[in-house]
Ligand binder design. Structure first.
Ligand SMILES: Cc1cc2nc3c(=O)[nH]c(=O)nc-3n(C[C@H](O)[C@H](O)[C@H](O)COP(=O)(O)OP(=O)(O)OC[C@H]3O[C@@H](n4cnc5c(N)ncnc54)[C@H](O)[C@@H]3O)c2cc1C
Length: 494
């Protein structure tokens, strides 16, 4: 029986939308995009906390084929990304393919019918020739397992479920976590609440943020002469690429860059915080680059305000009206903000159960055999399946470089399928093994293995201590390989 759809895509964020645009362009327009939320945009729909903004200059954070000349700032606020996602969905006619409030549970390759069967909570299963998972890296919220957390009688807000109706003015609040999200949120929170205690387990390197409102004149020039925005994008990407390749991938040879960044972050802190004790508490003990860098001009200064307090003792338990630290002290609060990030490695790779040929379970196989995906998209034993948020796929720069190199990979792969009249593909074991070996070797000189990252608690590392998220090559290499990978890497109609 013919499957119901050419393809099912899981996730209606920028990754899923990019895949849909590409499939439509390839003539595979009978699509279903399943999304568990009630609207599109992924990260930019779910995250609505005060202070949310991109941390990579906006000229690079968009599809290159759909530039937005009207970003209001160099680092656009999150609401503009959500609007941009809506614009893309409308322009590329993607909404009619989307089904919201659909939590995908799993997908199974049907060997006989040679198609995927996708199960969604409370809905009839659907069948599709191809399956693409675009479930994101930072999409499964982490809720800390702290004793007594469920007994807390006040208001609890996770940053991924921000509720604007919650009154913050005059509250005695605590925030747990000092990662990238907290760096954006803490200064905003401090403007409203009466008391704020920040519970820090791992300090974070924070650099000054060179941000400004985009002058109308620049927006007009970008709109009228798109080549100018392209040039700005290229210039910014080149700088980011240089930093990424040298400071992250070639740390062994270029650690002076990381050390320079550390000095810059310390200088930034010194200008904002007079107290040496406070500065020491806020200074990380791991190398710059172990974690995604953060930028803020107000984070450090916030800790100098009289109603804000940094707490570095570990949390022993939460009681109905407060938090007790390991030294026995209790801080009374009525509002608890969880900026505890995302669980990547336990529940997100993959985000749903995926059963391939001979019932191979992707999640189990990854855990038993190392996390891996050929060119960050394909896995042996999983025919007609592309995993878009996968090991070794993220370039580390603007996520759109990853999305677009994956789109390019799809063009080559599906082009070959069309040329050969095939309807089933599967990456070979040999191609996958060669790719994994190469990525492993490339990581050898990186900050992850040559630097001191043990105490960073960075989500770049998985449960086996491997830094298996970032693709350890330049983006130039990623784009080149996406358009030139050996076609023999795939068995077609095997
Ligand atoms: C706060 C924050 C700020 C960020 N800032 C930047 C930045 O400045 N620059 C940058 O490059 N990157 C940034 N990122 C990373 C960002 O996630 C990516 O840039 C990009 O948005 C990922 O797109 P995606 O579509 O792959 O994943 P997501 O946007 O995470 O979308 C995945 C979608 O899959 C859905 N989904 C997951 N599981 C299921 C399921 N079982 N069933 C149905 N649907 C499911 C989710 O609901 C979600 O809508 C940021 C991330 C966060 C959290």
């Amino acid at each position: 029986m013919a499957p119901q759809y050419d393809a099912v895509i899981v996730g209606a964020g920028f990754g899923g939308m990019g895949a849909a645009i590409q499939l439509k362009e390839l003539g595979l327009g009978n699509l279903l995009i399943l999304e568990r939320e009630d609207d599109l945009g992924g990260t930019w729909h779910v995250n609505r906390y005060p202070g949310l903004a991109v941390d990579i200059a906006s000229v690079t954070y968009s599809y290159s084929f759909e530039p937005n000349p009207y970003w209001s700032r160099l680092f656009a606020p999150g609401t503009e990304l959500k609007s941009y996602a809506e614009h893309v969905a409308d322009k590329y006619d993607l909404r009619r393919h989307m089904r919201f409030d659909s939590v995908v549970q799993g997908a199974r390759w049907d060997e006989e019918e040679r198609h995927w069967v996708v199960s969604t909570e409370g809905q009839e299963p659907v069948t599709a020739r191809y399956l693409m998972t675009a479930t994101g890296f930072l999409s499964q919220p982490q809720v800390p397992k702290i004793a007594g957390i469920d007994s807390f009688a006040g208001t609890v807000i996770h940053t991924t479920a921000w509720d604007d109706s919650v009154e913050l003015n005059g509250k005695k609040a605590a925030i747990i976590g000092t990662g990238a999200t907290a760096v954006q949120l803490i200064p905003e929170l401090a403007k409203k609440v009466a008391e704020l205690t920040v519970y820090q387990r791992t300090a974070i390197w924070v650099l000054p943020k060179v941000d400004f409102a985009m002058p109308r004149m620049v927006q007009k020039v970008f709109a009228r002469v798109p080549a100018t925005q392209k040039a700005a994008r290229a210039a910014m990407s080149t700088v980011l690429e240089g930093v990424m390749v040298s400071a992250v991938l070639h740390f062994k040879q270029a650690k002076f860059i990381n050390n320079g960044a550390k000095l810059a972050a310390k200088g930034h802190m010194r200008r904002q915080i007079p107290s040496a004790k406070l500065r020491a508490e806020l200074t990380p003990d791991y190398d710059f680059g172990c974690k995604r860098p953060t930028f803020s001009n107000s984070y450090f200064r916030t800790f100098t305000k009289s109603h804000v307090r940094l707490e570095t003792n570990s949390i022993a338990r939460i009681e109905p009206d407060g938090i007790v630290t390991a030294d026995g002290r209790k801080t009374e609060i009525d509002t608890l903000v969880l900026a505890t990030g995302f669980n990547l490695w336990d529940v997100n790779f993959p985000a749903i159960e995926i059963l391939g040929r001979e019932g191979r379970n992707l999640g189990k196989w990854w855990r038993d055999n190392r996390f891996q995906a050929y060119e960050g998209v394909a896995v042996p034993h999983f025919p007609n399946f592309l995993t878009l948020a996968s090991p070794y796929s993220y370039s580390g720069l603007s996520y759109f470089t990853t999305i677009e190199s994956q789109m390019k990979h799809m063009r080559r792969l599906f082009g070959e399928m069309r040329n050969t009249g095939s309807d089933v593909f599967e990456v070979t074991e040999a191609a996958n093994a060669e790719f994994l070996d190469r990525m492993t070797a490339n990581l050898g000189d990186s900050v992850f293995y040559q630097g001191s990252c043990e105490t960073s608690r960075s989500y770049y590392f998985n449960q086996h201590g491997e830094a298996a998220i970032l693709r350890p090559t330049s983006t130039v290499n990623a784009f080149r390989e996406a358009g030139r990978f050996p076609l023999e890497s795939y068995k077609l109609n095997a």
